[in-house]
Design a protein around this ligand. Structure first.
Ligand code: GDP
Length: 369
């Protein structure tokens, strides 16, 4: 091939030699694609037509190299994070990599948070958490790739800060970056669904460039894979259950000390010490929550994981990592966060424990709500 041909799904360079490598397309499919003007790599093709994900091998090193490249440019950096998985999607060292370029922090998926939440309070909360992680964004904005009006506001904000420069969109996998770029393309060029979107982390492989009106570019970069996200331990069907698609309905539990909540079979929350009080779970509406006594909890889990407590599904129980326990002593409004799954808000002083599959983080943070 003389000229570089790129997959319109993920932007990777098309090649016909190595099946296991990024950008592979069978020669016959490539010919067809060239005829119609729509060349997809096999991976994106399968994803679009069969909703079937193939593994990718974009390492952290590759991602850092790419980010370092951005440091040499004069550009606006749009860092997309998932507001539902804020801690799992923030990139703490971002400034170091993108040099002196300004960062606009975009909290995506605002549509799944309860409407009662005040936006001003949420952006303020995001700004504080970003500062804690060493990020000093020029501005913080909420958006939803699924709401055209939100996208309009986002584009206006990008336009305001870009001042004639290129725009790099960066983020970890699964924050909705591809969906967002698709929405931008839709509202600018009227070309739909150019980029592959999926519920499965790691689906945007290489840079993709979208021309802006003044000849500058909006550049989508591959997502970095944060391995401590719950999504990496679950099958596709489970992922559909834990990733909220609709506004979350918070679930309130009045608990006595020594009571336990199971979030499906994926996570566990123990109320160890404190006064009887309310605990609020913010997880996908499809995740079932079960309450039991602390002293019975281990036995309950062993007996019901994969059955009453799903996900994991019965055939996944064998490979599912054991739950690991983290203890927290809480003074005031705090979220106990299960990376990628959601969180439980605690408002009274107490001692609690959060359990998650080995490898998945449980952390505490100042309550969002
Ligand atoms: P990427 O890996 O960052 O490119 O993420 P994708 O664009 O593939 O999106 C990951 C998942 O999040 C998909 O299931 C999307 O449908 C979903 N998603 C993306 N943006 C939004 C949003 O604004 N709201 C909601 N509810 N879901 C979204």
């Amino acid at each position: 091939m003389n000229e570089e041909i790129r997959c319109i799904g993920c932007g990777s360079v098309i090649q016909t030699e190595d099946k296991a490598e990024v950008g592979f397309t069978p020669s016959s499919a490539l010919e067809k694609g060239l005829e119609t003007g729509e060349v997809y790599c096999q991976r994106c093709f399968r994803l679009r037509h069969y909703n079937d994900i193939q593994d990718v091998s974009l390492t952290d090193d590759d991602f850092l190299r790419l980010l370092n490249g951005i440091g040499q440019e004069d550009a606006l950096i749009v860092n997309v994070v998932d507001i539902f998985d804020f801690n799992g999607s923030i990139i703490p060292g971002l400034h170091r990599f993108v040099g002196s370029n300004p960062i606009l922090l975009v909290g995506n998926k605002v549509d799944i948070l309860p409407k009662s939440l005040k936006r001003g309070k949420m952006t303020q909360w995001m700004r504080e958490r970003a500062h804690e992680a060493g990020l000093r964004p020029i501005d913080v904005i909420l958006t939803s790739a699924k709401k055209p009006l939100e996208m309009e506001t986002l584009l206006e904000t990008i336009e305001k800060y870009r001042q004639g420069r290129d725009v790099y969109v960066v983020g970890v996998t699964n924050v909705g970056k591809s969906t967002l770029i698709n929405a931008i393309i839709k509202s600018t060029a009227g070309v739909q669904e150019l980029i592959t979107t999926s519920q499965f982390p790691g689906t945007t492989l290489d840079k993709i460039e979208i021309p802006l009106e003044d000849g500058k570019l909006l550049i989508d970069t591959p997502g970095i894979i944060h391995n401590f996200q719950m999504a990496h331990y679950l099958g596709k069907k489970d992922l559909r259950i834990i990733a909220p698609t609709k506004e979350i309905k918070p679930k309130v539990y009045q608990l006595n000390p020594e009571q336990t909540l199971f979030l499906g079979g994926l996570a566990r929350f123990d109320f160890l010490q404190g006064k009887r009080s309310s605990f609020v779970a913010y997880v996908s509406n499809d995740v079932e929550i079960h309450r039991t006594k602390l002293e019975k909890a281990d036995e309950f889990y062993q007996k019901h994981v994969g059955g009453l407590l799903q996900p994991p599904r019965p055939d996944e129980v064998g490979d599912f990592p054991e739950l690991v326990r983290f203890e927290f002593s809480v003074k005031e409004n705090t979220d106990i966060v299960f990376a990628g799954l959601g969180w439980i808000m605690v408002s009274e002083p107490c001692v609690v424990a959060g359990w998650a599959p080995k490898g998945v983080d449980v952390i505490r943070r100042k309550a969002l709500v």
